[in-house]
Ligand binder design. Structure first.
Ligand SMILES: Cc1cc2nc3c(=O)[nH]c(=O)nc-3n(C[C@H](O)[C@H](O)[C@H](O)COP(=O)(O)OP(=O)(O)OC[C@H]3O[C@@H](n4cnc5c(N)ncnc54)[C@H](O)[C@@H]3O)c2cc1C
Length: 343
């Protein structure tokens, strides 16, 4: 079977690594960025507990890529007397995402600087994997989807002038998004923001850059899709293309977190690539809770959330995250959840 993997991000890299081992598969990757400019536009935060398991399956050691081990995350809710929520971290780290992608794909066949036309791929391959993330170029357009525009800078601070030594988030009113400061070690950090309302992201980041003197290394921007897989159907074009990762909505919308979910989606694809119906069912099942979380975010953004009416939903989200603290890399408390719901 000849498979094309289009888009070498988290999902694409995982697939290149794991499927290259399969005897019955010939796999070729395509990445639109030239190799020297290939980047991973993302804040690079994840949970080392789950990533260690995933990366081990690719014959690598996740610890080798860690840049910062988190202890606490301050969430500034911006209002009220208890506006700072101090979350104890249990495995949240920042890691060198692009280096890991390069190492996962080392020795595999990838054509960089190429965004091939679907028609051309269809004549050469049996299956085309759309792992283009937000772009979803090889799948039908979605009519009703939600995405958050984001901007991010990689910066460097002089020793002793770092604004924070650990994770910091500032939530925007009605949870339309947040500003982040994620340390990358040795004075480097990712600072950025995403805002559904498009009001706060640029403004807040610019203010922060002015307030804390730093050297700007790089500025990037792209939206993140937060509609869950249930609302990103179809996962295939009915011909040869099938989506894996953010192209089919695998982002945990409460956190804007997509690294682990995209890797899980790639794992599900590996288990079911010979039966796309079973793949679809497995994805919908695995990411079922994302629908509830997305509805919560939608209600918050539209100002329609009521803690009394939606108490049961909030409790279910809490129970889910509490039962998977290790996977989220943080201590989950009901009191924090309630405070977050009041932002
Ligand atoms: C600013 C920002 C910060 C984020 N921070 C975090 C974070 O800290 N932690 C976290 O877990 N998640 C984070 N996310 C979400 C996370 O980055 C994504 O959900 C995740 O990377 C999706 O993985 P993917 O492999 O599906 O797609 P991506 O990682 O987006 O990879 C898609 C790849 O496809 C390539 N491509 C696109 N179109 C084409 C084409 N036509 N032809 C060929 N190649 C193409 C792109 O260049 C890219 O390399 C963030 C997202 C954004 C926007």
């Amino acid at each position: 079977m000849k498979i094309a993997v289009v888009g070498i991000g988290v999902a694409g890299a995982y697939l290149m690594n794991r499927l290259s081992e399969a005897r019955d598969i010939q796999i070729t990757g395509f990445e639109r960025m030239p190799e020297k400019d290939h980047d991973a536009v993302c804040a690079w935060a994840t949970s080392k507990n789950e990533m260690s398991r995933l990366v081990k399956k690719c014959g690598l050691t996740f610890e080798d890529y860690i840049l910062h081990n988190g202890k606490h995350m301050i969430v500034d809710s911006g209002s009220g007397t208890n506006k700072r929520i101090d979350i104890k971290l249990k495995g949240m780290v920042n890691y060198d995402k692009i280096k890991l992608i390069r190492d996962m794909t080392s020795g595999t066949k990838i054509e960089f600087g190429r965004a091939p036309r679907k028609e051309n791929l269809e004549s050469d391959f049996d299956l085309i994997i759309d792992s283009t993330g937000f772009h979803r170029n090889y799948l039908p357009r979605l009519k009703n989807e939600t995405w958050i525009p984001c901007v991010q800078y990689k910066v460097r601070y002089k020793t002793g002038l770092e604004p924070y030594d650990d994770y910091y988030l500032k939530a925007f009113p009605s949870m339309t998004g947040y500003f982040w400061y994620f340390p990358l070690g040795n004075g480097y950090a990712h600072i950025g923001a995403g805002d559904f309302e498009r009001k706060n992201n640029n403004k807040f980041v610019e203010q922060f850059l002015k307030k804390y003197e730093c050297e700007v290394i790089r500025k990037v921007g792209r939206p993140v899709r937060i509609s869950p897989p249930l609302f990103c159907e179809p996962f295939t074009d009915g011909r040869k293309s099938v989506g894996v990762g953010e192209s089919i909505g695998t982002v945990y919308s409460l956190l804007g977190e997509g690294i682990i979910p995209a890797s899980w989606c790639a794992e599900l694809f590996i288990e079911h690539y010979f039966d796309l119906k079973a793949y679809r069912e497995a994805v919908l099942k695995k990411f079922q809770i994302y629908v509830l979380v997305y509805r919560f975010i939608q209600l918050k953004i539209s100002g329609k959330f009521s803690i009394i009416r939606q108490w049961r939903d909030l409790l279910n989200i809490y129970r889910h995250m509490k039962s998977e603290e290790s996977r989220y890399g943080m201590a989950i408390k009901i009191a924090d959840m309630i405070r977050v719901s009041k932002i």
